[in-house]
Design a protein around this ligand. Structure first.
Ligand code: FES
Length: 153
C-alpha cells in the first residue's frame, strides 16, 4: 500500500523550554556546508546540541520526499545548507535546490506545516561562524514554532 501524507493543520504548540527540546535535521553539502560545520566544530563554537546532520554530495540531490519523510519521522525542523550560488561543485546543483526549495515550501504550506520549520542557507567551507549563527537562529525559529505534531502522519 502506498504511503501518503495527509494535510495537517498545525495548532500553535507551546514553545519548548530549551533549544535541545526541538529536533533539527540538517542536510549539508559535502563540499561547503559540511566543511563549514566542521570548521565551527574545530573552532569550538558553541552550538545547540539538537542537530542531526546528513552529509550529501550536493544539495541538488535532496528530494522533497526526504524533507516530508523527516517530518513524518518526528523532526521539528529541516535545514538545507549548501555551496553559495555559483560555487556548486557540480555546476548547477544549488540552482536546482533554490527552485526546488520553493516547491518544498509550497508543499509544506499546503499541508499546513509552519514555514518556520524549513530553511535554506548557503554556507561555505570557510564560514564556520556563519554556520553557528544559522544553527543557533534556526533552532530559535523552530523553537518558536513549537514541537511538530506530524510524527507518524
Ligand atoms: S556541491 Fe555544494 S551545493 Fe552542489
Amino acid at each position: 500500500m502506498e504511503e501518503t501524507l495527509e494535510v495537517v493543520e498545525e495548532e500553535a504548540p507551546a514553545k519548548p523550554e530549551r533549544p535541545e527540546d526541538v529536533k533539527i535535521l540538517a542536510f549539508l553539502c559535502n563540499w561547503c556546508s559540511y566543511a563549514g560545520a566542521d570548521l565551527a566544530g574545530v573552532s569550538r563554537l558553541q552550538m545547540p546540541p539538537n542537530v542531526v546532520d546528513i552529509r550529501v554530495m550536493c544539495t541538488g540531490t535532496i528530494s522533497p520526499h526526504y524533507v516530508l519523510k523527516a517530518f513524518q519521522e518526528g523532526i521539528d525542523g529541516v535545514l538545507i545548507a549548501g555551496c553559495h550560488i555559483g560555487d556548486c561543485h557540480y555546476g548547477k546543483g544549488n540552482y536546482m535546490t533554490a527552485k526546488r526549495f520553493r516547491v518544498i515550501k509550497d508543499l509544506l504550506a499546503g499541508m499546513g506545516i509552519d514555514e518556520r520549520r524549513i530553511r535554506l542557507e548557503w554556507v561555505s567551507a570557510a564560514e564556520g561562524q556563519k554556520f553557528q549563527d544559522v544553527i543557533t537562529s534556526f533552532t530559535e525559529q523552530v523553537r518558536a514554532a513549537g514541537k511538530s505534531r506530524l510524527k507518524g502522519v
